[in-house]
Design a protein around this ligand. Structure first.
Ligand SMILES: Cc1ncc(COP(=O)(O)O)c(C=O)c1O
Length: 616
């Protein structure tokens, strides 16, 4: 007996857990009440054998399997290659929700039938081991790079249960074995244990959401560097920037259509952070007697202020919000324009106009995964960063595109005196990464990035649409010249507003629910706002999603209770305490409420009713 079934959108672990549950139930329905289980997911085998912690994403399936385990006391792992029939059936093209059950070998699809017959006559399946591939290269012509690639592959092969990663420069055990660095709510040597009651980090803007893309493209994006790689200060032509990389950046902008680079100068920086100040320095040089006023429209990226304040320059000074200077007759403004804006994702224009106002366009997020690209930006000074484009924040690479030669020369001078250019290793890595981005005219990476962000926005919007307590920014869809379609923006951050008086310290409200965001006052606005990062890794996002669901569930429960309270005698506060207890009950059913496909509105509502009945 065999089957194939489409389990909808699910991670491979969820799909395997659901397939196992389906298979076990099928056996029981057909009268088989004792059987062995072999599975090609090592992690699920460990979970069912109680040697590993169960992640919440498959909690519900695992609970049901545990209830049935007496029927299959032996559960073992086997390699996918030894599970060919199941593997082929898993790849069968079946329609959503459609189940195919095969009761005879002759009914199997052709490929699966072949694998089944080979299995029956005992033909061995071949599994090629990565270690073997490397070993066989011992005999090839690879010279100095062999050892380095062996080291890199050995570290990369550590799976860390999918909740962490090991790095070449990470900690090692005594025997030199690399250690997993776990995602924030996971722990253990192999990162398989979920930390109970963990606080979600939605503060940091680390763009780890793109990591799966780079894992899929590990071969094409890897670089190998000999010990003698570019040891000198300058490139052959005496400059500090790679001409190949400069060409690649121009090609990238032409391909994406997000910035004009023809006839413009390009300067590289250690992340855009360094270029922001280089730009202020270069533009302020024209200032007359009084320091140039550096301004931005609130809410604004806080580094503009903190960095400008830090330098305490006689040439420039941070002077707050643009709106305070609207009708001013002052001279010499340098305005930071961030588009799309951090934190609220809006496409922005300069506020202050005229000869005395210069602009620095910070276009860190002007890429198709975050926004529609209505047209190429054509501004005097534009700054971009690798960190938000490819996710490689740690490489510290940014670039500025500059129209005016004198401004360009002042920025080059700043870079010369500040760091004498950007690390040559970083430039090499960036060159390689951008080559991958440009493959297929940029469609692969940007589609991946956009789909990942769109998925997150859909989840978030659905959760918050049920709330009157929290709202998010409204963004208008626009025609995107890169994708040739009208797209709703999918910005890096959710800009949450707490709507109720009792939640006016929104950061504190969310912290109490174990969500750490960045408070509104950091961006120059009031504390009813909080920024939540949506670009973190999958684990962080899923936990954030869960915590927000709990908050909204709690809110709905309070409202329901208010409706059910006879004579309205129960105050909101006492309702709230009861609601918190009730929510704790549902928190124990972690997977029940976070697995969206499984937790339908009806089942939630009936759970609310049950909870209410037990409470009264
Ligand atoms: C608007 C904006 N500009 C600049 C930066 C700095 O980026 P990096 O220094 O990584 O290039 C950030 C980082 O979060 C940002 O949000």
């Amino acid at each position: 007996m065999a089957f194939s079934c489409n389990f909808g959108i699910a991670s491979s672990m969820q799909a395997k857990a659901r397939a196992l549950l389906f298979g076990v139930n099928l056996c029981l329905q057909r009268g088989f009440d004792a059987f062995d289980v072999e599975l090609d997911s090592f992690v699920i085998v460990q979970i069912l054998n109680m040697t590993s912690q169960c992640p919440w994403s498959i909690y519900k399936e695992v609970q049901q399997l545990v209830g049935l385990v007496s029927h299959f006391p032996r559960i073992r792992h086997c390699y996918r290659q030894a599970n060919q029939v199941a593997d082929i059936l898993a790849n069968e093209d079946c329609r959503q929700g459609h189940v195919e059950i095969y009761l005879a070998a002759s009914a199997l699809p052709q490929l699966a039938r072949g694998a089944y017959h080979l299995d029956r006559i005992g033909v061995a399946s071949i599994r090629v081991d990565k270690a073997l591939i490397i070993h066989s290269s011992n005999n090839s012509d690879l010279g100095w790079s062999r050892k380095a690639s062996e080291e890199a592959e050995a570290v990369a092969s550590l799976s860390c249960s999918g909740h962490g990663r090991a790095y070449l420069d990470g900690f090692v055990l005594d025997g030199g074995k690399p250690i997993c660095e776990c995602n924030s709510c996971y722990t253990g040597l192999d990162c398989s244990q979920l930390v109970p009651d963990c606080v979600v980090d939605a503060d940091s803007g680390n763009p780890i959401f793109l990591e799966p893309f780079w894992r899929q493209n590990a071969a094409t994006s890897a670089i190998m560097m000999a010990g003698w790689h570019r040891m000198g200060y300058e490139f052959e032509d005496g400059s500090l920037i790679s001409k190949e990389l400069e060409k690649k950046i121009r090609k990238l902008h032409a391909t994406v259509g997000n910035a004009v680079t023809e006839g413009r100068y390009i300067v590289f920086g250690a992340g855009s952070t360094q270029l922001l100040n280089a730009a202020v320095h270069a533009l302020a040089a024209d200032a007359s007697s009084s320091p140039a006023k550096v301004v931005a429209s609130a809410p604004y990226y806080p580094v503009y202020k903190s960095q400008t304040d830090l330098f305490e320059s006689a040439k420039f000074k941070f002077e707050g919000h643009t709106s305070s200077w609207m009708n001013s007759s002052s001279m010499n403004f340098i305005e930071f324009v961030t588009s799309p804006n951090n934190p609220d994702g809006q496409l922005k224009k300069a506020f202050l106009q005229g000869l005395n106002a210069k602009q620095i366009y910070d276009l860190a997020y002007y890429w198709p995964h975050y926004t529609a690209i209505p047209s190429p930006m054509d501004k005097d000074l534009m700054i971009f960063t690798l960190s938000k484009l490819t996710g490689h924040a740690g490489s510290r690479f940014g670039w500025a595109i500059i129209k005016n030669k004198a401004v360009y020369e002042r920025m080059v001078n700043y870079m010369d005196l500040n760091t004498y250019g950007v690390s040559r290793e970083t430039q090499l890595r960036t060159l390689k990464l951008l080559s991958v981005v440009l493959e297929g005219n940029g469609k692969q990476m940007f589609s991946f990035g956009y789909e990942a962000m769109r998925f997150r926005w859909e989840k978030l919007s659905k959760i918050l649409s049920a709330s009157k307590r929290f709202s998010i920014q409204q963004l208008t869809p626009q025609q995107c010249t890169f994708s040739n379609e009208v797209r709703a923006p999918t910005p890096a951050f959710a800009w949450i507003k707490c709507e109720k008086e009792e939640d006016k310290d929104c950061h504190a409200t969310l912290s109490a629910a174990k969500i750490i965001g960045r408070a509104g006052h950091v961006f120059g606005v009031d504390s009813t706002y909080v920024r939540l990062s949506l670009v973190n890794g999958k684990d962080d996002f899923e936990l954030l999603q869960h915590r927000l669901e709990m908050l909204v569930f709690q809110e709905r429960l309070v409202n329901l209770m208010a409706e059910f309270t006879p004579g309205g005698h129960v105050t909101r506060k006492s309702n709230f305490t009861v609601a918190l207890n009730a929510t704790y009950v549902s928190d124990e059913n972690f997977g029940y409420y976070t697995n969206q496909e499984m937790a339908s509105e009806d089942s939630r509502n009936s759970h609310v009713q049950e909870t209410l009945q037990t409470l009264y």
